[in-house]
Design a protein around this ligand. Structure first.
Ligand code: NAD
Length: 257
């Protein structure tokens, strides 16, 4: 299969190169931030000038870039037939609408976290949330990432929050409590709290806690290596190739629904 990588010079992009070749797929090339000084990561890798050029020669484009690029990428992807595996997080509502539009034209697999373990954590968090009443069990979500990360809470933390909120019959927007600082009021019943830690080169850690007066249940996932995201994204690429247009998730890829 022919796979192109958007964000090929990035942390995840670099790991994707190795993962694609190890699996025996063809790396068509990459695309990265437009502008002077951007070079291909290796002499045998083609760096395209636009995402459109990359999409035109690829069966699937795997995209780990920045939220600000997603609207332009949605438009470019819609004009070609390549499937889109989108891992970029921190999208605005407008950017997310662009993704939904693109999914009318091509298959799109979007996940805040492509690791199979996190996909299962989302399921388990939902089951815990459904079983533990919000009046008694306070849900709090902690994420820790490397110091360069641009968005907080992380996309994965928000995905866990969405799963917990949905299992409790509400929306995250209605109960989200993030960025506590200074004199805050008492914790609202049913709130879902977030705390984001940043430091060093932590690849990604997430914990969801359900705390009652007399007990606490915690669920933690730690990614030790970006290869877990790359392997999941390539798996998603193979799954997406040849599917009808639509917006899919890692749950679909893993057959969890
Ligand atoms: P990074 O900063 O190391 O890499 C991003 C790359 O995108 C860089 O090479 C940068 O030059 C490039 N880029 C910036 N603007 C661009 C543009 N306009 N067009 C094309 N390329 C552009 O970041 P990273 O750690 O590799 O993460 C990238 C994104 O993926 C982030 O949003 C991050 O939160 C997300 N992420 C998702 C998962 C997942 O499993 N879904 C896992 C890790 C990271």
């Amino acid at each position: 299969m022919r796979i192109g990588v958007a964000g090929i010079n990035g942390r995840v992009g670099s790991v994707l190169i190795e993962a694609i070749r190890q699996r025996g797929d063809q790396l068509t090339g990459g695309f990265d931030r437009p502008g002077a000084g951007r070079q291909a990561p290796a002499p045998d890798i083609t760096l395209f000038h636009s995402l459109e050029e990359l999409a035109a020669v690829s069966d699937v484009v795997v995209d780990f870039t920045v939220a600000a690029a997603v609207t332009a990428h949605s438009n470019a992807i819609s004009r070609h037939r390549a499937a889109w595996v989108l891992g970029t997080t921190g999208l605005s509502e407008a950017a997310q609408l662009g993704v939904v539009q693109a999914a009318r034209h091509v298959p799109v697999v979007q996940a805040a976290n492509f690791s199979p373990g996190v996909t299962l954590v989302l399921d388990l968090a939902a089951r815990l949330a459904a079983a533990l009443p919000p009046e008694d069990y306070d849900a709090e979500i902690v994420d820790m990432h490397h110091r360069q990360k641009l968005d907080a809470p992380s996309g994965t933390a928000l995905a866990i929050g969405n799963a917990v909120a949905a299992a409790r019959g509400t929306t995250l927007a209605a109960v989200r409590d993030s960025g506590r600082d200074g004199v805050t009021s008492a914790r609202a019943t049913g709130a879902i709290g977030f705390a984001s830690l940043r430091g060093g080169q932590v690849v990604g850690e997430h914990t969801v806690l359900f705390t009652a007066s007399d007990e606490q249940i915690g669920l933690t996932h730690r990614a030790f290596d970006r290869r877990t995201f790359a392997a999941g994204a390539i798996r998603a690429a193979h799954w997406a190739h040849g599917r009808p247009p639509g917006l899919y998730s890692m749950r679909d890829v893993l057959g969890l629904r």
